[in-house]
Ligand binder design. Structure first.
Ligand SMILES: Cc1ncc(C[n+]2csc(CCOP(=O)(O)OP(=O)(O)O)c2C)c(N)n1
Ligand SMILES: [Mg+2]
Length: 198
């Protein structure tokens, strides 16, 4: 097995770089920490999944298929992706060119008390993505690698997967938007205009 490196990047700094590069991409966040990370700079093109563990990537797939002219970027946690493993296979099989899947990988379930996930025991999400036919799959450990990845994530022309290794630093679990119906309606109206309510 290849030597394993620890994640050292700060998740909020990583997400700040993702937010800088977001352009007009539609972003789906996973539950828990990624939801709070993106909540630091709220945007109507962000769909916060809140508590639906395992669903972020599939929501992103549906959005990417429904909106083929828009870049859709899912940003979620390693625990969330481990719960929704089948999503890798379905996305790999459908291979939408406008979808990017990004994991903020602290190798732990942060929100519930920082229990270690399977990732620290030799499970590679990059390996899973490659085995599921993702044409591009990469693990990122440094700011330099991240700077190169951001244009592919938001401006790439194909399906991609990026596993971004971060430290286990925890941040306050807060976000101003808590009402799921409001989050959904705001996102749809921003995307579809008046048609959102037809
Ligand atoms: C079905 C389900 N099981 C358990 C939970 C409780 N839960 C909320 S957040 C979380 C951990 C998420 O871990 P990860 O996706 O790695 O996110 P991060 O470490 O970035 O917080 C868990 C287990 C839940 N919300 N839904
Ligand atoms: Mg995690």
């Amino acid at each position: 097995m290849a030597e394993r490196k620890q994640g050292t990047m700060d998740r909020r700094e990583v997400v700040a770089d993702l937010i800088k590069g977001r352009g007009d991409a539609l972003i789906v966040t996973g539950l828990g920490s990624t939801c709070y990370d993106f909540g630091t700079q709220d945007h109507p093109n962000t769909y916060y999944l809140w508590g639906g563990m395992g669903a972020a990537a599939m929501l992103g797939l549906g959005l990417a298929l429904a909106q083929p002219s828009r870049r859709v970027v899912v940003v979620t946690g390693d625990g969330e992706m481990l719960m929704g493993f089948g999503a890798f296979a379905t996305i790999g099989a459908k291979a939408p060119k406008n979808l990017s899947l990004v994991v903020i990988d602290n190798e732990h379930y942060s929100e519930t008390g920082m229990q270690p996930t399977h990732i620290g025991r030799g499970v590679s999400l990059e390996g899973v993505a490659k085995a599921c036919s993702f044409p591009s799959a990469q693990t990122i450990y440094s700011k330099d690698e991240l700077a190169k990845a951001v244009p592919e994530i938001f401006g790439g022309k194909g399906l991609s997967f990026h596993d971004i290794k971060v430290s286990t630093k925890r941040y306050p679990m807060s976000i101003r938007l808590r009402d799921g119906a409001h989050i959904k309606n705001r996102f749809r109206e921003n995307l579809l205009g008046a048609k959102a309510f037809d």
